[in-house]
Design a protein around this ligand. Structure first.
Ligand code: FPP
Length: 254
């Protein structure tokens, strides 16, 4: 059975929203927000919201792969999230272990290449082990690239890229003139990925929150009041349909 016949949904419609075809975003980035509020509305601890958020992740990865989106990037933990209560941080740090334990076989079967951006060296050892194991299992895959931003901050990403570029210039391996906008992008953690075309944020918040601030300069933004644990493939489809109706001008005229 091929990958597509096994996973592709034949009905072509989910909750009345059709599967997008035609010109797809090459890179979708998502700020997964609203886990805490989802839990509070149910009288549950915040951790329950984070746990339920894994369902949304599973659904968007499957949906993105089914329709053929080449790159998906998920904001799972920001450099600012360390200020949360210790118990919540620890809970979040343990979720990758559970997520990849249950998902890794399907990810491998789909040919998904998993990557991580952000300073993973600062993660607890048990999270780093999961990162290493997941990279090992998926590194030779040839399919969709799914990037998890873990301990990621856009400003830190830009600053690191500046330091690396300046280091090369100082060594004389790269000239000042070679540090162009395009060339600089290659020093970022997403260096070999296309810039995100579509940036989604859930839960009604209208902010970038330090996510891919350089890379998303021309991303189409799509906001929804849906809380992340309730986000499903039909919401992704809606976002893509809206994206396909946008006229992207990149500062020019059409
Ligand atoms: C934001 O909601 C969500 C996060 C900070 C964490 C997102 C993490 C996951 C969905 C699971 C991570 C799992 C893996 C495998 C990386 P919030 O807590 O800020 O919600 P609130 O604004 O309603 O309080």
């Amino acid at each position: 059975m091929t990958r597509l016949t096994k996973w592709f949904r034949r009905d072509n419609q989910v909750s009345g929203v059709s599967m997008p075809t035609g010109s797809l975003p090459q890179h979708v980035a998502i700020i997964m927000d609203g886990n805490g509020r989802w839990a509070r509305r149910r009288g549950l601890p915040r951790s329950a919201g984070h746990h339920a958020g894994m369902r949304g992740m599973r659904d968007v990865i499957r949906a993105s792969d089914d329709i053929g989106i080449p790159c998906l990037t998920l904001f799972a933990f920001s450099t600012e999230n360390w200020t949360r209560p210790e118990t919540e941080v620890e809970y979040l740090m343990r979720l990758p272990e559970e997520f990849f334990r249950t998902e890794i076989d399907e990810l491998v079967e789909r040919g998904v290449r998993v990557r991580f951006i952000g300073d993973t060296s600062k993660l607890p050892a048990y999270t780093r082990d999961t990162v290493t194991r997941t990279l090992e299992r998926t590194t030779n895959n040839q399919g969709m690239i799914v990037t998890f931003a873990l301990n990621y901050g856009g400003r830190a990403d830009v600053l690191e890229a500046c330091k690396r570029a300046a280091g090369e210039v100082a060594k004389g391996t790269v000239g000042w003139d070679e540090i162009t906008e395009k060339g600089f992008g290659e020093y970022l953690s997403t260096g070999d990925l296309p810039d995100p075309d579509l940036l989604i944020r859930t839960s009604g918040e209208l902010r970038m929150s330090n996510f891919l601030i350089w890379q998303a300069a021309y991303a189409e933004l799509w906001f929804t009041d849906v809380l992340w644990p309730d986000f499903r493939r039909e919401h992704l489809y809606q976002a893509i349909h809206d994206y396909q109706r946008r006229k992207r001008r990149f500062g020019g005229v059409k």
